[in-house]
Design a protein around this ligand. Structure first.
Ligand code: HEC
Length: 154
């Protein structure tokens, strides 16, 4: 296991974080649901909004898996258009176009009757992944875990 070194302690983790992991888009093994990204680097406003969105969507996923609906979208989701990204990452026209698609999908979840929400929610997750494939591949395995699994009939 090549990256076993992270288990040796925070120093090794810090060195990895300051090196290739810097932006939070890295693909190293250290970034998994069990072992979230090291927080020793300064997170950008956008990275922070993304992490918060990730956490909020875990709560939505769990609610949907239990048969509850999602009735509103937290306001900060809309800050993905304006939050400042990590230096060197740009929120260009493609980014904003994909952010619009994502917001539309998220709004579509809320508009659905409860029984349609799981499928709509998973389409929203597809929109997270679509942008990440272009802009920030590292978190994709974590994002895929947001999918609702209980999409059968209720
Ligand atoms: C329009 C493009 C786009 C969409 C849509 C998008 N992201 Fe991101 N995401 C990014 C970019 C760009 C970054 C890197 C931000 C930075 O480094 O400043 C990022 C970073 C992240 C990170 C890593 C933050 C860190 O540094 O620790 C996570 C986790 C994340 N996004 C989750 C999500 C989730 C979950 C969704 C959907 C609910 C989502 N993203 C939707 C573009 C997007």
């Amino acid at each position: 296991m090549k990256y076993r070194i992270v288990a040796l302690g925070t120093l090794a983790t810090a060195l990895l974080a300051l090196g290739s992991l810097g932006s939070g888009c890295g693909t190293r093994e250290a970034r998994t649901a069990q072992n979230p990204p090291p927080r020793l680097y300064q997170m950008s406003e956008l990275a922070k909004a993304m992490e918060d969105m990730y956490q909020a969507n875990i709560a939505f996923r769990d609610a949907l898996n239990q048969g509850f609906g999602v009735d509103s979208i937290p306001d900060f989701f809309y800050t993905i258009h304006t939050a400042k990204p990590t230096t060197g990452k740009e929120t260009d026209a493609l980014y904003h176009a994909m952010a619009d698609v994502f917001i539309e999908k998220m709004e579509a979840v809320v508009r659905q009757p409860i029984e349609m929400q799981p499928a709509a929610f998973n389409e929203m997750v597809d929109a997270c992944v679509a942008c990440h494939q272009q802009k920030c591949q590292g978190p994709i395995p974590r994002i895929n875990k947001l999918r609702v699994t209980e999409t059968g009939s209720r």
